[in-house]
Design a protein around this ligand. Structure first.
Ligand code: FAD
Length: 366
């Protein structure tokens, strides 16, 4: 065990969020995690802090404060301009060892999924990957505080038990939700699925009150085994499912005429100002690219309107869309599980129903 993690659990205080930036642009998960982290920090009675790495990124910190951070630790160096596992893990571990947060949240983006386990291993602590729910149960802790103020509890020591972060994630192929704790080590680390936590409204007063801290760290070129030579953007524009207000998804129900099924979904999405999503069945069949996939192993969305065309509603699909504000399902089988979560269910052939929906929207607009 490292000397760091032999420190008493009570020495660890604060909820921290890794704030990811790419080429000076904030990732939306930062705001979701800070909003959720604020609730956890309030329950725990501690500070919420962000940690932001990059080159010349201090100017981005105030925005993070607007989502509830009390402090942002800003680590700047030309060596941190682009993400590399070695440099980011080294700096984060140094700062975490110095300030000892009790919980550390990271967005489960491609970068977060790489960075989180590396840091957890170095810090000799546990990480729960791909979480969809976070909570702390403070009941026992509050009882302890009550007892210790009224009883003679010489030597009685809080073991930190119920300051544990309860990290919930799908298990066994999504058939049950497991709640996991990390009782003996700190910080409790979690990567959190993008799009699951709700972003709070931006608060200018909180942003103004947010403190910027510049921690000391040592980083030299020799610490890095890789060098980013060039950042090349994907030639194809990926669909922004997570930020979309309307998602029209297709499932295996389009198999009769795949081209026509996708064209109908695109037309309906265009009428509603939305984007096209899909079930995994369509991705696995090669009918649509993986960036469209909604569900447990795809994206989690909660748009204002979610339309499911020819999707059965398997648990793994529902895991990614059931928090949508309004769900409209079209399926020819009236016992399809998608109807269990649908606000409006239409039993029928999607190739007949979808053109009628498009027409109805057009005439309503006219
Ligand atoms: P099906 O289940 O085959 O359903 C097709 C539906 O279309 C049926 O209900 C049928 O009645 C209807 N239909 C057929 N023809 C028509 C028509 N003409 N008009 C109207 N309705 C019609 N799935 C995901 O979607 N996302 C995930 O992220 C995901 N992750 C997974 C992770 C794991 C570990 C596992 C084991 C599975 C995962 N799956 C995921 C797969 C999931 O279990 C289902 O197999 C998948 O969602 C089924 O897709 P579907 O509803 O399109 O197809």
């Amino acid at each position: 065990m490292s000397t760091f993690n032999s420190a008493a659990i009570e020495e660890f205080k604060g909820v921290w969020v890794f704030c990811e930036q790419r080429q000076g642009k904030m990732m939306p998960t930062n705001f979701e995690l800070l909003s959720e982290g604020r609730k956890l920090a309030d329950d725990l009675g501690c500070d919420l802090c962000g940690i932001l790495l990059g080159d010349n990124v201090e100017g981005l910190a105030a925005e993070l404060g607007g989502y509830g951070a009390d402090k942002i630790y800003v680590c700047e160096s030309p060596l941190l301009k682009d993400y590399t596992t070695d440099a980011y893990a080294k700096v984060i571990c140094e700062v975490v060892e110095e300030y000892k947060p009790e919980a550390f949240l990271i967005g489960a983006t491609n970068i977060g999924r790489d960075l989180g386990p590396r840091c957890a291993a170095r810090l000799h602590t546990g990480l729960c990957a791909d979480c969809t729910g976070l909570a702390v149960d403070m009941d026992k802790y509050k009882q302890f505080l009550r007892d210790s103020s009224t009883l003679d509890v010489d030597g009685m020591k809080w073991n930190g038990e119920d300051r544990n972060l309860k990290m919930t994630r799908p298990a066994f192929g999504g058939h049950l939700m497991a709640t996991i704790i990390c009782p003996r080590f700190r910080p409790c680390m979690a990567t959190v699925r993008p799009g699951v936590m709700k972003k709070a409204p931006f608060d200018q007063a909180k942003s103004d009150a947010c403190q910027i801290v510049k921690p000391a760290f040592a980083l030299a070129a020799e610490d890095m085994k890789t060098e980013v030579v060039e950042v090349v953007k994907a030639a194809k524009k990926l669909v922004d499912l997570i930020g979309a207000e309307v998602v029209v998804s297709v499932g295996r129900g389009i198999s009769k005429d795949i081209k026509q099924g996708i064209a109908l979904a695109e037309e309906l999405a265009a009428e509603l100002g939305g984007v096209v999503g899909s079930s995994r069945a369509c991705v696995d069949s090669g009918w649509i690219t993986a960036d469209h996939q909604v569900g447990q192993t795809g994206k989690t969305v909660h748009p204002r309107i979610y339309v499911a065309l020819g999707i059965s509603g398997a648990i793994q699909h529902k895991a990614g869309m059931q928090e949508s504000e309004c769900i409209i399902a079209v399926n020819k089988n009236d016992t399809a599980p998608i109807f269990e979560v649908a606000d409006y269910g239409i039993t029928g052939d999607l190739f007949k129903v979808t053109p009628m929906l498009i027409e109805a929207i057009r005439s309503a607009k006219a």
